[in-house]
Design a protein around this ligand. Structure first.
Ligand code: SF4
Length: 343
């Protein structure tokens, strides 16, 4: 599951999903890699060394068909609304473009390499192999979007940026051994319908399924682990995915795992039913608030520390700007959420 928000890297990468600003007491483990391994015995929880791809998975969704089927909400967009309703409007209602930033692009690159690393036979999943994937992946991304090449002023800047991506990959190998893991899914689009009628959906970086069916949701973060105050916000994203899997499959994932490749920390969390019921209530409440804003056409800015990463300051009243007129079909047209894109 990849938070790939292009121009607010801190929202998706540096401080997690930023979906919930309330500090919540959650039984999460936060530690360095070695300590985490020692404390939790990570591989025993869900280390599906023999698991293959799951089949007939009701939660998996083709992104395009999912987008056509009606209103839905992802953790990223829920986080946008909670962070700043006007930001949500700019992204979902106005669909304003956001220029890519080197940190966000680096996150995309590292995610792509980690996804394709698992295409290799288990014995070849080494750091050297991962590093060797960087240049071709970057070449592919540049070919797909020629505008990305202009992101760097000099070749030296690009080299530094690539070296930072390599350092993240190296850090990944201090956290786990991919030779011992066979993911059931990578870059998985999942969705489920809540009893309220709301469809929840998102992209999971990696889903591991143990032989006994136990699921582990893994999310790579290419920023540093968030301060404690933001940890619950990152975990909201993971709970959101757990909710989708639970409502789609009927099983609660055994473990949610955030891997911070910026500083080599892991946050693990074992969800319980009551947590996910609370998450479901919260997701429904967020959606109702979004609907109220849509009907009243009232998308207020909520300035905060993340404004520094916002691509839309020039249009934001909090910074002296003026938002564009709302699109003609804005009121009562929830289809806007259906194509919100990757989380
Ligand atoms: S600059 Fe800040 S307040 Fe304005 S839209 Fe962006 S996040 Fe919201």
């Amino acid at each position: 599951m990849s938070e790939g928000s292009p121009s607010l890297p801190s929202m998706g990468e540096q401080v997690g999903a930023l979906a919930d600003r309330r500090a919540e007491a959650v039984p999460a483990e936060r530690s360095g890699a070695l300590a985490a391994e020692q404390a939790t015995g990570e591989p025993t929880t869900a280390d599906p060394t023999t698991a293959g791809p799951t089949t007939a998975d009701p939660t998996t969704a083709d992104p395009e068909s999912a987008a056509r089927r009606g209103p839905s909400l992802s953790p990223s967009r829920a986080g946008d609304f909670l962070t700043c309703p006007l930001l949500y409007r700019f992204r979902v209602i106005d669909r304003l473009p956001e220029p890519p930033s080197p940190p966000a692009l680096r996150g995309t690159l590292v995610h792509a390499v980690l996804e394709h690393l698992f295409d290799r036979p288990a014995g070849e999943r080494t750091f050297d192999q991962a590093e060797s994937l960087l240049a071709p992946e970057w070449a592919r991304m540049s070919a797909d979007d020629p505008g990305l090449a202009g992101l760097f002023g000099t070749e030296a800047e690009e080299d530094v940026w690539l070296a930072e991506a390599a350092a993240m990959l190296e850090r990944y190998f201090t956290l786990e051994d991919p030779r011992r893991i066979e993911p059931a899914h990578r870059e998985l689009c999942v969705e489920a319908d809540l009893a309220s009628g709301l469809r929840v959906r998102g992209y999971i970086d990696r889903l591991d399924v143990a032989p006994d069916g136990a699921m582990r949701v893994v999310d790579y973060k290419t920023g540093a682990a968030p301060p404690e105050a933001f940890e619950a916000q990152a975990l909201f994203q993971m709970r959101f995915y757990a909710l989708v899997l639970w409502r789609g499959r009927g099983d609660i994932p055994r473990l949610l795992q955030l891997m911070y490749l910026g500083n080599g920390e892991i946050v693990r969390y074992q969800p319980e039913e009551r947590d996910l019921l609370a998450t479901e209530r919260k997701v429904n409440a967020i959606w109702q608030a979004i609907q109220r804003a849509r009907e009243s056409r009232d998308w207020r800015p909520r300035p905060g520390r993340l404004c520094a990463w916002c691509a839309h300051q020039a249009l934001c009243p909090a910074f002296g700007g003026t938002p564009p007129p709302l699109p003609e079909d804005a009121p009562g047209a929830p289809a806007g959420e259906t194509t919100e894109g990757a989380p």
